[in-house]
Design a protein around this ligand. Structure first.
Ligand SMILES: *[C@@H]1O[C@H](CO)[C@@H](O)[C@H](O)[C@H]1NC(C)=O
Ligand SMILES: *[C@@H]1O[C@H](CO)[C@@H](O)[C@H](O)[C@H]1NC(C)=O
Ligand SMILES: *[C@@H]1O[C@H](CO)[C@@H](O)[C@H](O)[C@H]1NC(C)=O
Ligand SMILES: *[C@@H]1O[C@H](CO)[C@@H](O)[C@H](O)[C@H]1NC(C)=O
Ligand SMILES: *[C@@H]1O[C@H](CO)[C@@H](O)[C@H](O)[C@H]1NC(C)=O
Ligand SMILES: *[C@@H]1O[C@H](CO)[C@@H](O)[C@H](O)[C@H]1NC(C)=O
Length: 498
């Protein structure tokens, strides 16, 4: 999804390699008219560099060379100045790969290809019906070769009202050094005498036609594909990431940048979070093929949506812990890390019971990224109950808690990994049904419980990683991640395998 736009910019240029396949099955389009966001900072940004374009160009040329012989060339039928003709069963028999390059222009990209050659074989049939002559017919096969085809076209990108990219072809030019035609069968020897005249005519027609076809492909077919690109994607069933373009991509001499909304909504309730995307720190690098900026704003809108929809209310019971750690929730203890030790009154009042925790987030969790550091903070209330033998719940106490963690993030393959580096938990008991509880003591012990139980569990999850949205055929190589002010930057080279 994120990469989808960038990926499309790449492939759109060369005609459809994989366009149909790059939208994930879970992606969907919404047209909820959230267009009041223009003028805000982006939550996501991407940079594609010259190295990226060169690679895309190479991939496209390799694909073209590999596939050109299987291209289906449509039959051609025509009727001009009394000559009716049909060209059928056209197929490509040879191809000379051009010197090709893609470069940045103000507002778009320029694709130049020089020295292409292509040969085709096909059947012809014609009928000449001039008024003062008897009808003449003929048929056979022919070979046509085009040499020294030079081609150049500019593609200008924009953005539509739904935040999807638009594309427009401008300034197509095409030159052909020579066309050679050879007929076989029937009166072929006769036609071949005149093929020179035909060749120069076909050369002129082709030069116009190629530009017409390519311009039409870009302005109609590719434009249509871009207009149906998804700009949102569902995350984890409950959330929706909106990555529509906020503005026209920016083109510089050695890179282009795209600016995306990068807000996460509750799926089904796409209300704007009352948060302002901060300005993300910039880096001037253009060595890698691609760069992605992800703002802490994206996480914070996720936190906001989760908080507003009571997603951050959780009950923890023995069943939520691995079997060998369930004893922690016991009121009668056989080991040190155990609630009966945290709150000694429990051993007397609720012996041989287990406790359950109800956690309520009090405000949306927040992420702050600063150079080299990522911290996540949350605060809320924890209510403790004892599950008694008759299965009833007895209220024990309430504590308010604030927690701050610093997280080490890294990226490998196409996954972002997180590891909790440090955690600080502050607890204040605000209410108790079992007499005074020492907050300090509770805090120290709770900290050990968190370190023993919670952190390994979260880290296990973080080790699996959060997948970056790339298609199966794109691999990240030489990937690294940097933490800057208010954003993380993923910088990477790409490897495409077909
Ligand atoms: C948590 O448990 C309480 C009872 O202790 C119950 O009322 C509540 O619905 C539970 N909440 C969730 C999210 O399961
Ligand atoms: C916790 O209590 C249950 C029964 O309430 C008991 O079976 C289990 O052994 C206890 N675990 C520990 C570690 O004390
Ligand atoms: C708690 O369980 C232990 C071992 O099963 C038992 O000896 C003890 O009597 C129980 N205490 C109460 C109050 O049920
Ligand atoms: C706990 O109470 C102390 C003193 O009243 C206060 O300074 C601290 O901020 C409180 N901590 C939390 C987590 O509410
Ligand atoms: C996090 O990174 C710091 C600095 O690189 C390192 O000292 C620390 O061990 C890392 N923590 C974890 C849990 O890997
Ligand atoms: C990875 O980086 C090295 C060193 O910059 C470079 O030589 C290599 O081509 C890069 N790999 C890819 C797949 O771009």
């Amino acid at each position: 999804m994120l990469l989808l736009h960038q990926f499309t910019y790449f492939i759109v240029i060369f005609g459809y390699i994989e366009t149909g396949k790059c939208s994930g099955s879970k992606t969907m389009i919404t047209n909820n008219g959230l267009n009041d966001v223009y003028g805000k900072n982006p939550g996501l940004k991407s940079r594609i560099t010259s190295n990226g374009l060169n690679y895309a160009n190479k991939v496209a040329m390799d694909a073209l060379t590999a596939n050109i012989r299987t291209f289906i060339v449509p039959d051609q039928h025509g009727d001009s100045s009394g000559v009716q003709y049909d060209l059928t069963n056209l197929r490509v028999t040879g191809f000379t790969e051009p010197q090709s390059s893609i470069s940045f222009l103000p507002g778009g990209l320029k694709w130049t290809a020089n020295g292409a050659g292509v040969s085709m074989h096909g059947n012809y049939r014609y009928k000449i019906h001039k008024k003062w002559l008897p009808t003449i017919r003929g048929s056979g096969t022919f070979d046509i070769s085009v040499f020294g085809l030079d081609f150049s076209i500019n593609m200008v990108f924009g953005v539509d009202v739904n935040g999807r990219p638009t594309i427009e072809a401008r300034g197509c030019s095409c030159g052909i050094y020579r066309v050679k035609i050879k007929f076989h069968g029937g009166w072929a020897w006769l036609y071949n005498l005149f093929s020179r005249i035909l060749e120069s005519k076909v050369r002129k027609i082709l030069m116009h036609k190629i530009c017409d076809i390519v311009t039409k492909q870009i302005n109609e077919d590719m434009e249509k594909k871009l207009a149906s690109l998804p700009v949102t994607t569902i995350l984890g069933e409950r959330f929706l990431l909106d990555y529509r373009l906020l503005q026209i991509p920016d083109f510089h001499s050695s890179y282009m940048e795209t600016f995306h909304k990068g807000e996460i909504y509750w799926f089904g309730d796409e209300r704007e979070a009352p948060l302002d995307p901060p300005t993300m720190a910039d880096i001037g690098d253009t060595q890698k093929m691609m760069y992605f900026w992800i703002s802490d704003y994206m996480f914070n809108t996720l936190g906001y949506a989760a908080q507003m929809h009571d997603y951050l209310i959780r009950n923890i019971t023995a069943a939520d812990l691995p079997p060998d750690q369930r004893g922690i929730l016991n009121t009668t203890c056989t080991s040190f890390l155990c609630f009966g030790n945290l709150i000694p009154q429990l051993q007397k009042i609720f012996p041989n019971n287990t406790v359950e925790l109800n956690l309520f987030s009090g405000s949306p969790p927040t992420m702050i990224i600063s150079p080299g550091q990522l911290t996540v903070g949350c605060s809320g209330k924890i209510m403790l109950y004892a599950r008694q033998k008759d299965n009833s719940l007895a209220y024990v106490m309430t504590t308010v808690a604030t927690m701050e963690t610093s997280v080490n993030v890294s990226v490998s393959n196409e996954l972002v990994h997180g590891e909790i580096n440090d955690i600080t938990l502050l607890l204040n008991v605000t209410d108790s049904a079992v007499g005074p509880i020492n907050s300090m003591f509770l805090q120290v012990l709770t900290n050990s419980v968190i370190r023993a139980v919670l952190i390994p569990k979260i880290n296990e999850f973080g080790k699996k990683g959060f997948p970056l949205p790339v298609t199966g055929k794109i691999r990240f190589i030489n990937t690294s991640l940097r933490l800057l002010q208010n954003s993380m930057v993923i910088e990477t080279d790409l490897n495409y395998t077909s």
